[in-house]
Design a binder for this molecule. Structure first.
Ligand code: G2I
Length: 276
């Protein structure tokens, strides 16, 4: 069956309402921040897994899947990495992938190996970033390093504003098709689905076209702005995943509205008191 997950924060695990909802309603977890580069390698070569391990152990002890998020991203890089470029950055980034994926080897259901590497708007091109400037092959190098470190984890590319057939999602589609044709190890594509008051009519067709390339698809960071058919949009997303056989699960980006990064949007499934 499909999993239903929540992004969680280590700092909230002492909140009894929060953990009650988590353990009764969900069977997958994603660390909201604790496995990111700034959190896991705050100085170069010195790895800290305390908070990431808290999320992992919360998930595993509850029999849940754990989605790892995220090995490489242009945001939330430690300062030392932001200051690097060229070969030094390339080597540091691949070492980061290898070290973190090795630490969690055998425990992670799916890794977001690369997060948000494509540009918004109509170009369908890569986003400019320090990582992109190391060479266009940085993404496939990251996937190969992740596969070598943890052959059992599904390896995902994850992005936002890809929740329909558009220039950005088509750019990613073309990358995935190329990776599959050349044997670059990629198993899944994550659709964040940070949604506003509408949903693209091609939402399901977009999931299906990726699935038809031979990868799993996952809804990875779902939240929906209140005030415009919120319940209908949640329903549409859920039905789309259920209708695509390779859609393996849905994750919401937080539990209560008060846990959300979208302050004031009330975008989650539980209110501030923990009521559905
Ligand atoms: O921005 C929403 C999400 C978009 N996709 C990738 C996700 O990784 C991203 O998550 C958010 C977290 O929900 C926020 O919690 O990523 C933000 C950073 O880009 C996170 O915010 C950061 C704050 O910016 C920091 O000031 C804070 O120290 O959270 C940190 C930990 O609370």
């Amino acid at each position: 069956g499909r999993y239903f997950g929540a992004a969680i924060a280590a700092g909230r695990l002492g909140d009894a309402t929060y953990t009650r909802i988590l353990t009764t309603e969900f069977n997958a977890v994603t660390p909201e921040n604790e496995m990111k580069w700034d959190a896991t390698e705050p100085s170069q070569g010195r790895f800290t897994y305390t908070n990431g391990d808290r999320i992992l152990n919360q998930g595993l002890s509850n029999g849940s899947k754990v989605r790892g998020h995220a090995l490489l991203w242009h945001a939330q890089q430690p300062g030392w990495a932001q200051a690097l470029s060229g070969t030094a950055l390339r080597n540091a980034a691949l070492n980061h992938v290898t070290q973190v994926a090795t630490h969690y080897k055998g425990k992670i259901y799916a890794w977001d190996v690369v997060n948000e590497a494509f540009a918004d708007g109509g170009s369908g091109a890569r986003r400019d970033s320090n990582l992109q400037r190391t060479g266009n092959d940085w993404i496939e190098a990251a996937f190969r390093a992740a596969r070598a470190a943890d052959p059992g984890a599904k390896l995902c590319y994850n992005d936002y504003n890809t929740d329909g057939i558009n220039a950005k999602s088509t750019g990613i589609y073309n990358m995935v098709r190329d990776f599959k044709s050349r044997g670059v190890p990629i198993d899944c594509v994550g659709f964040q689905s940070h949604l506003g008051t509408g949903i693209d009519s091609s939402y399901q067709a977009n999931l299906q076209r990726f699935a038809d390339l031979g990868v799993d698809v996952q809804i990875t960071e779902l939240d929906v702005e209140q005030g415009g058919n919120q319940a209908t949009i949640y329903s549409t997303v859920t039905k789309a995943c259920l209708a695509v056989s390779r859609c393996t699960g849905i994750t919401v980006w937080g539990i209560r509205d008060s846990d959300s990064w979208r302050t004031g949007a009330n975008p989650l499934l539980f209110d501030n008191s923990g009521n559905k």
